[in-house]
Write a protein that binds this ligand. Structure first.
Ligand SMILES: C[S@@+](CC[C@H](N)C(=O)[O-])C[C@H]1O[C@@H](n2cnc3c(N)ncnc32)[C@H](O)[C@@H]1O
Length: 328
């Protein structure tokens, strides 16, 4: 999955996909200016708590559209940094005037507002399978006799995989497949180093471990997006389709605490955006109907409002993060 997504020449993200545009592989919240408006409100709120000016660190900036939308809604100038591993996407972000960097290690610790839309679901995962009697094997990518990609169950590459399952209090049934993201902790650790103090906010899809690893997802949640279509064949058009898996919120919260953060909240996107004041959004065209449609798409539970959740971490001692209560 790491190579299929991030190989510098052949990976899906190396080709700078037009994420969030109608002719791109898939849509994200980032496409909607109203979303950027709400995030700008969250930054302003965080500034009231922590003090002005806050550095803004966007994780995984995609096309750069969200960064531009947020900046256009902020009243004052901010140091706005995008952390982006894909060289192609970084180039696009820089063309849009954003300060995009490859490596978080170049940032000094500072008061910071960190934000990532659909980044955790893009971190590579391991796949494992329950074999009965508490035995778990890992599903490796291999080549079959015809030279085609296939999955091969073999002994685990690391005990961290079963440790995660037991930390999540999950026991896989016989034949049950699960994805496990071991990159969460190092990722959180790298963010922890630069946030002093600050809020860290992830908008993503996922579930608590007890649901994520239940019979409802017997084949796991790994899936792909190709030309706006959802597919379940990770070996189809490798490097041309996006791969993603649901985020394990139980592990994410536990690991965030392990690196030093406090978990501040987990709230459906629709409620979070309403609390931030998205209903006041007025787009640049003055077309109220289209503004309302955007707000509806982002907030209604039957649309994106409960598809995505918002995970909020903070450094110790800060008061409640943005959007956890209705704006007064
Ligand atoms: C699904 S896309 C979302 C892009 C954008 N946030 C949006 O909502 O349109 C995932 C993004 O996360 C980036 N990404 C992947 N691994 C990352 C990492 N370790 N740190 C920061 N960004 C990462 C990808 O390169 C890509 O820009």
């Amino acid at each position: 999955m790491a190579a299929a997504l991030y190989d510098e020449n052949m990976g899906f993200y190396a080709k700078a996909p037009k994420i969030g545009s109608p002719d791109g592989p898939f849509d994200t919240n980032a496409r909607f200016p109203a979303f950027g408006y709400a995030i700008a409100k969250a930054i302003t709120y965080a500034e009231k708590v922590i003090g002005f000016p806050l550095r803004v660190l966007e994780l995984g900036g995609g096309t750069g559209q969200l960064g531009n939308n947020i900046i256009s809604c902020l009243e004052n100038d901010h140091e706005y940094v995008v952390l982006e591993p894909s060289q192609g996407l970084r180039a696009n972000q820089q063309q849009r005037g954003l300060h995009a960097i490859q490596n978080i290690d170049s940032l000094p610790p500072k008061p910071t507002f960190v934000f990532g839309n659909e980044v955790l679901d893009a971190l590579p995962v391991h796949r494992v399978m329950g074999m009965g009697h508490e035995e778990v094997l890992e599903l490796y990518v291999d080549l079959d006799e015809d030279g085609e990609f296939c999955e091969q169950p073999r002994p685990l590459s690391t005990m961290a995989l079963v440790e995660r399952l037991s930390g999540d209090r999950v026991q896989l049934g016989r034949g049950q497949v699960a994805e496990i993201c071991l990159e969460l902790k190092p990722f959180f650790k790298s963010i922890w180093r630069v946030v002093d103090p600050g809020y860290v906010i992830f908008v993503d899809y996922g579930d608590h471990a007890s649901n994520l690893y239940s019979h409802r997802h017997r084949n796991g949640t790994l899936r792909s997006y190709y030309h706006q279509q959802q597919l379940y064949d990770q070996f189809f058009a490798v490097g041309q389709q996006d791969l993603t898996a649901d985020v394990d919120y139980t592990a994410a919260c536990f690991l965030a605490e392990e690196v030093g953060f406090e978990v501040d909240g987990l709230i459906p996107q629709g409620i979070w955006l309403r609390n931030l004041g998205i209903l006041d959004y007025k787009g640049p065209t003055g077309d109220r109907e289209s503004d309302q449609e955007e707000i509806d798409v982002l907030t209604r539970p039957a649309r994106l409002g409960s598809t995505f959740d918002v995970l909020i971490f903070k450094t110790k001692g800060l008061s409640n993060g943005p959007g956890l209560q209705p704006a007064s």
